[in-house]
Design a protein. Structure first.
Length: 351
């Protein structure tokens, strides 16, 4: 590729005009080099890096177009230029795509794009592999979210989280990424709040103290902090979760990690929680609760899917739509995964 905005022979766009319009001059210089590296890698190595086998120019053109649109979406969500994107960005983008009205084939192509993007980030930037709870294919074939926690599993996860937290011992060093010596209610409050509010990984990372209204037992997620920036949301919490959050806020006020931040939760290294940390946390909870997750796509979205599934079963789509913060009922319909045996029981009761 040469220094122009496109590679002339194959017309592979390096920096599209819509992206260019969102960048400062310095950001454009950086993004141009970043994109050139990605597209060159796709052409020369993308299909099989070990054999130096790349994708066809047509495939790279298509993938380049979609990755550019994804990058632009990330910048608009975060309000500033970001390169490279994160697992949280990819998960939120794919969920929005999965529950949109676009064709199944388009959903599959977007998922394929994200996997190629992730592969490049792994190979060239040492990033972790992006994981998704979806089974779309570029040729179509839509499946609903692949996995969700059963009611029994939700209870076990809730109990495991309660047992996981230890006593406060601030300042104690521990190499375990899931060390429980730094607080006694942090993990409980993260898990229980997510079990109630169906928090996406990015929302766990963005959560602020100001979201919590313990007096009324709700989370109030402001428009500028909601993962899809669609409006202010008031999300119900159980009394147990409200109590856990109250206890965590008391401890948090004494914790040195939180002296100069309004973040509700931080990792031991004072970072925001992301999809990878939360997935590891959920896997540990499953292990502690003796829930076999060997052949399951057990990500933090598994918790969210369970909220949608059982809220629909216990109440209705309107309640689910509000709790999961969806813009329209078509999105919520995807969460109507009432187990077959429960539907059969309902038919039997109907006579």
């Amino acid at each position: 590729m040469d220094g122009d905005e496109t590679e002339p022979n194959r017309n592979i766009i390096i920096v599209s005009e819509p992206n260019r319009e969102l960048l400062t001059e310095k950001e454009h210089v950086d993004y141009y080099e970043y994109r050139k590296s990605l597209l060159t890698w796709l052409l020369k190595f993308g299909k099989n890096p070990q054999r130096a086998s790349g994708y066809s120019p047509y495939s790279v053109y298509s993938t380049g177009y979609r990755t550019a649109a994804f990058d632009r979406w990330v910048w608009q969500q975060d309000g500033h230029y970001v390169a490279p994107p994160t697992q949280e960005h990819a998960s939120a983008f794919m969920e929005e795509t999965a529950y949109s009205d676009v064709s199944d084939s388009t959903k599959g192509k977007q998922l394929e794009m994200l996997r190629r993007y992730s592969k490049w980030l792994q190979e060239q930037h040492g990033a972790d592999k992006w994981e998704f709870p979806w089974t779309f294919t570029s040729g179509g074939g839509n499946n609903a979210p692949r996995d969700f926690l059963s009611l029994d599993e939700r209870r076990k996860i809730r109990q495991a989280a309660l047992a996981m937290d230890g006593n406060p011992a601030y300042g104690v060093e521990d190499t375990d990424a899931l060390a429980v010596t730094d607080c006694s209610w942090k993990f409980t409050s993260i898990v229980w709040t997510s079990l109630d509010a169906a928090l996406r990984p990015v929302e766990v990372g963005r959560a602020k103290v100001g979201w919590v209204d313990t007096e009324n037992g709700v989370l109030r997620i402001p428009r500028e902090e909601s993962s899809k920036n669609e409006g202010n949301w008031t999300v119900s919490l159980t009394d147990r979760t409200t109590t856990a959050l109250s206890r965590w806020l008391e401890e948090r006020a004494e914790h040195p990690h939180y002296e100069d931040t309004d973040q509700l939760w931080l990792t031991r290294h004072r970072n925001k929680y992301g999809a990878n940390e939360l997935r590891r946390l959920l896997h540990k909870l499953c292990d502690d609760a003796e829930i076999d997750h060997t052949h399951r796509q057990m990500s933090w979205y598994t918790i969210r899917h369970s909220v949608g599934t059982y809220m629909t079963k216990e109440r209705d789509l309107a309640a689910t739509k509000a709790q999961l913060r969806h813009r329209n009922a078509k999105t919520t319909m995807k969460y109507d995964q009432v187990p077959v045996e429960d539907r059969r029981d309902a038919l039997n009761r109907m006579g």
